[in-house]
Structures are given as structure tokens and as C-alpha cells.
Design a protein around this ligand. Sequence first.
Ligand SMILES: *Cc1c(COP(=O)(O)O)cnc(C)c1O
Length: 363
Amino acid sequence: MAFVPMNDLGRALSAQKVRLTAAFTEVVDSGRLVLGPQHGAFERELAEYVGVPHALGVANGTDALELAIRAAAPADRHVVVTAANCGGYAGTAARLAGYEVRYADIDPATLLLDPLHLASVLDESVAVVVVTHLYGRAADVAAVRRLTEPLGVAVVEDCAQAIGARTPQGAVGSLGDAAAFSFYPTKNLGALGDGGAVTTASDRLADRVRSLRQYGWSTKYHVTSDGGRNSRLDEAQAAFLRVRLPGVDEGNAVRRGIIGAYASAAGERVRVLEAVGDGHVGHLAVVLTDDRQGLVAHLTEHEIGSDVHYPVPDHHQPAFRDRYTDVSLPVTEEMAGQVVSVPVFPELRDDEIRRVGDALRTF
Ligand SMILES: *Cc1c(COP(=O)(O)O)cnc(C)c1O
């Protein structure tokens, strides 16, 4: 019996080999390697897909968060607020941008930022709230904006796990002041290496990000924005992403179906976080259990891969925990001990899906 992997990028790569290779050949033949025609076309196609006027390619998702925070932050404020259960990317980006990071607790039903707790940590020192659409589930950005708008706080969406998720108010990436996407290979839209993008409806924020991603230039060699850096999406990655973008919705639907199969199969000792409808793109299949060690051992015994997203809440990370000794996030802390991710990717085979479902039932 072969191992059921958490992910196997080789399956999509071999299925798409001809088209990816043709895209690469086109880049080689064009002689344009940075900010060329493929990059421009990808920015237009992504903007249209998200339903905003602007998408800006950058080097990775963490850079996208950093540049979105820098561009959207109102002046003279020093705090960024986010949830502490999302892998720490927003905190990394905020610290790089020079902000202190403050955490709000999460909702135990969705594991997303809890607007009630958020309200208790907001004040006029806060520049930006980063809302993460965790595991592929669109968060309630409108509820967050009702709290942030009266205080003049900007909202940045972290869409790294949720490309294609749609809400009645619009797709993720169109709901905040700006949004960050990652095209790390395992994301629902993956490059063949690193990549990222910022989306925004604001002409002003788009101009800011365009300048910040390239040394703070307005035009070549003229630095007009402080805080600039080099963070560009390669032409070849843009070409690969153009091959894959049209397939994102179909892949997302397959992911939702797989998680649905797990939810129907699961026994009483696990709770599968559901992924139902357009508001969830099934990036991760996450189950909750009060016996994580036991479940992981059971999965391993059945030759099924698993992982934990994420085991250490940000405020308990050794690098920062001294700054957060007085911070208590009871739901975040409890959930960090219960989450287990099981395999979900569009190329997972039916027999593999059945084996994961069976293991969730027999645990
Ligand atoms: C992957 C990820 C990021 C970071 O993206 P990189 O491209 O790896 O820098 C940010 N936020 C979330 C929620 C992610 O899953």
C-alpha cells in the first residue's frame, strides 16, 4: 500500500508539462525576463479574476503582505493587529515594515479572526488589521471593516490560502483596502517557485506598491517613496501562472469535494472543518481532535500523511514570546493543540481519498 502524501506537486507538473514548457519557451524566445509582457498580462488576468482594477506581481506572499501593509497604513501609527494562528506570515511582514504586532483571538467555529475580540484590542495606535482567509475560508471582512473604519484603521486581506473564494460582497482580494496573494507551489494557484501579488481597488495604493516593489522608484533611478525594496515576480513565473490561473476554480471545486467526503466519513472523535460553497476553496483539510497524538499515529499506521497548521501560536514563538508574556488568547491556544491537516490536492486519487476517509472513520 503506497503512502498517501500531503501533497504531490509532480502529478500536476507532469499533467501540465507540455503547456508549462511551451510557456517557458515563449519567455526564452522573447528575451524578456523581468516585468515583461507575460508579467503584464498576468497582472491584468489576476485583477480581472479577483474583480479589482489593480494586481501587482511581487516576489512572494510575505513580501506582498509587507508591501500591502506599507502602502495601506495610515501615517503615525505603530501597530498591526492580526490573528496568532495563521503561521506567522503577517507578523513577519508587519515587523519588516517596522510595526509592532498585536494579536486578537479567533472564533472556535471557524478558526478565523473573532470580530468581538478584535474590537477589544483596537485603538488609534493601530495602522492595519490583517485578516487571513485561513485554510481557504473567506473571513467576514465586512464585520471587521465596521470596527476599523470609525478608527481610520486600514484592512489588508491575506489571501495566500484562499484564491478564488467568493462572498456576496465580492471575491477575496477585493474586500479590504489591499490584499496579498502567495503563489508558493503548494497554494491553490502555485508557481514553479516563489511568487506573490498585491491586489487593490485604489489607484493610490497600486501606485505605492508599484513604486515600493522596485526600490521606491517613480521612474527609473528616481526614488520618490521611502521604504522601497526589490520584490518582483519573474517573467517565467508569470508565464507559468497564466497557464494555471484558468484551472483554479476547477481545482478549488475538487478540493471542496474531497473535504466533503472526509466530513461524511469522519467518526465521532474528529470534527472536520467544513468547506462548503463558494466561500471556501479547500486549501487545507483540517480536522480537530482532543487526541492529536493518537490521530497522527493512527494516520501514520495507515500510511497517510498529515501535518499541523499551525502548532505554535505566534505569541508563543520563542523569538517573540518575551514580548507577549501578558497576552492570553484562550481559543487560539486551545485550537493549536487540536488541529491536524490531512491530504487535499486536486490530483488526489479516489482510492487515496477513500483511505483517508476510512482512517477518519476508524479512529
Ligand atoms: C503561504 C502563506 C503566506 C506566505 O507566502 P510566501 O509566498 O511563502 O511568502 C502568507 N500567509 C499565509 C496564510 C500563507 O499560507
